[in-house]
Design a protein around this ligand. Sequence first.
Ligand SMILES: Cc1cc2nc3c(=O)[nH]c(=O)nc-3n(C[C@H](O)[C@H](O)[C@H](O)COP(=O)(O)O)c2cc1C
Ligand code: SF4
Length: 461
Amino acid sequence: MFEFIRPEIQQYFVESDKDGTPFSREIRSLVYQKAKGVRDTIAFGTKNDITAIGYEFSYHSLAPKHVREDENKVIFGGDCTKPYSASRLNISGISFGAISPNAIRALNKGAKIGNFAHNTGEGAISPYHLENGGDIIWQIGTGYFGCRYKNGRFNPEAFAENSSDDIVKMVELKLSQGAKPAHGGILPGVKVTEEIARIPMLEAGVDAISPPMHPEFSTPIGLLEFLAKLKNLCGGKPVGIKLCIGHRGEFMALCKAMIATGIIPDFITVDGAEGGTGAAPLIFADKVGTPINEAIIFVHNVLVGAGLRNRMRLIASGKVATGYDMLTKIALGADTCNAARAMMFALGCIQSLQCNTDKCPTGIATQNKHRWKSLDVPDKSLRVSNFHRRVLSDFSEIVGGLGLSSPEELDASHVRKYTDIGVSKSFAEIYPMAKTGELLDPAAQGVYADLWKSAKAESFN
Ligand SMILES: Cc1cc2nc3c(=O)[nH]c(=O)nc-3n(C[C@H](O)[C@H](O)[C@H](O)COP(=O)(O)O)c2cc1C
Ligand code: SF4
């Protein structure tokens, strides 16, 4: 019994403000305060050791500026038939199945109220995504849930039909996610109820498998050709990919394939290895993949070096919960950010870490009707939209505080980190920064150039 109630005892009675993983009590409280619209200031100054090695911070300006609200909108797919004007902060993929009908309703309604986007996750578009009219980014994983034949292969007719809905604003092809890159996934047959099976086009009672690799392609060029097919089938909406960065040469191979084919994704979502999931093997969560700050600055620099950065948008995800988290990711190269777990905190998640048991105490990560019915959709959707609005407002204020009038002016020099006792460096000093198009020069030298030369558009390996 004590083992069973340990997480709640830990959280309510034992945990200090700095304790708690993956998110500290302090950050969770901040999200709750922003979501509820209550006081979110602190008294008496910071509790952090602000000169500790690894601590990140920024230099402010003596001439702060005002950042206009419209600076927090970004056009995706500028040359598409149906471009999308996205918020700088959106809801990251969390699939139906991993979370409950009411959690999906509340997230989507929050997105509608706040005019931002809700990524479906790989579990297909459910009716609960469509009830409240919030913008949808439809994610397709390796199992092609919602657009598959029974044998697990891609079904173009089903994809065309579902993606043509006006509410679907963009399509994201998931290659991997930070919490379990290269692992794939499985929803056990016992959880594949008639309803769960019907929506993603599965068989009830049979394990739903997301294989580690897409069956429709095996090379960088094949991947881009598949993206072009998706774009054609969905009527010209922006189409992109989501991945966690692993072997760096593989990402360069993908960039070489873009140059070779002329097929450029409209966006790339980079998910950090610190990302969350409903269920992942511990070793994959702990030991595999690149953390977001290192990943996003790498992706940004390779795209700059390959002359591709201006042709697409970059989205970053990985523990984004505050305006300063957004500032860091955007300074390191992203255009917008996605948040999954912070949005779940806004829904009322208490981080009891039981998402893989179907016994979520807050009605979020469960298919048990008695549990999810207690999640109040009108109330929680307001909290989601409050959280979004207040984080964006913090973000704008801090961008202005750095003396900038637009997030577009942010770069890696605006975030600093203590790298040694008494020594802080900006990210632009820590990481090599590429010059536009430099990798296209056969005589190019340096960290990126050496790997670039060995990457091939025809193979990931
Ligand atoms: C319960 C849960 C379910 C998730 N389901 C998906 C999914 O279906 N597809 C996906 O790409 N990522 C999924 N993710 C990962 C998130 O989209 C996101 O990439 C990751 O958690 C990092 O963001 P965060 O730190 O803001 O949570 C899931 C995360 C959680 C917590
Ligand atoms: S409260 Fe629910 S959603 Fe949050 S961590 Fe616990 S089980 Fe997962």
